[in-house]
Design a protein around this ligand. Sequence first.
Ligand SMILES: C[S@@+](CC[C@H](N)C(=O)[O-])C[C@H]1O[C@@H](n2cnc3c(N)ncnc32)[C@H](O)[C@@H]1O
Length: 256
Amino acid sequence: MEPMYEESIRDEFTHQTDSFARAPVMNAAETLGALVELAPADAGARWLEVACGPAAVSQALAGRVGSVHGVDLTPAMVEKAAAEAEREGIANVEFSLGDATALEFEDASFDGALTRFSLHHIPAPKRVLEEMARVVRPGGWVIVGDHVTDADGDAAAWHEEIERLRDPSHWACLTPDRLRAMGEEVGLHLDLEELIPFDLDFGEWLGRGSGGPAAAALIDRLLTEAPETADSFRVVGEGEERRLALHNSLTRWRRS
Ligand SMILES: C[S@@+](CC[C@H](N)C(=O)[O-])C[C@H]1O[C@@H](n2cnc3c(N)ncnc32)[C@H](O)[C@@H]1O
């Protein structure tokens, strides 16, 4: 029997396959361009995208490197990724089903591995970093982009309540400190770290999550109770104009 969280991920991201691929924030400079630019341009390099979803990252990365292999746990996402790449005429990408915590690749078989917006869905995120480090060659790159939470416990707990109401497959956002520490714990060497503010349409975000529409009233109420220390998750503006302001943490490590 598969772990419960895997079922929850597949249910959520089968539900979100099309809406996620359409969401404007997934192609924004702060979330896509800034991440992909961290991969050194090298027409001979072989890269892995972990938890690729519909693979906007793989598509963008494919223009900078030799080839990209994307893996994801959700079959509908893998099918979507392959269909989108074919539609765009991108030939140097391929996709397969796979679990980020147990990658089916040989040690040192890629020049680099990256993942975006995935660690907050995975109960054992350090295991993912460990696997990414394992499949990258010595001297190769591991790059993570994810939105993060506050170090203050009250602010982080309030943030997670809202995230889980809106998307039951949400596990926990990391703090930048925890993410940095996990890289060190798996033996990676920190090379670069950035925290980039970005924002997105709150209504689109709420409606995309499978729990969002039913929990909208409760989430509205929670939003009125934001701890003063809340900084990494804020809703600004009114009514239809509301925007969700988040912090995107970008981290690049090297394998020694
Ligand atoms: C928020 S989406 C991000 C998709 C893509 N990385 C992007 O940024 O466009 C999260 C993705 O992580 C995948 N996922 C979650 N847990 C996973 C795991 N253990 N192994 C592989 N993929 C996983 C989901 O199926 C989903 O496609």
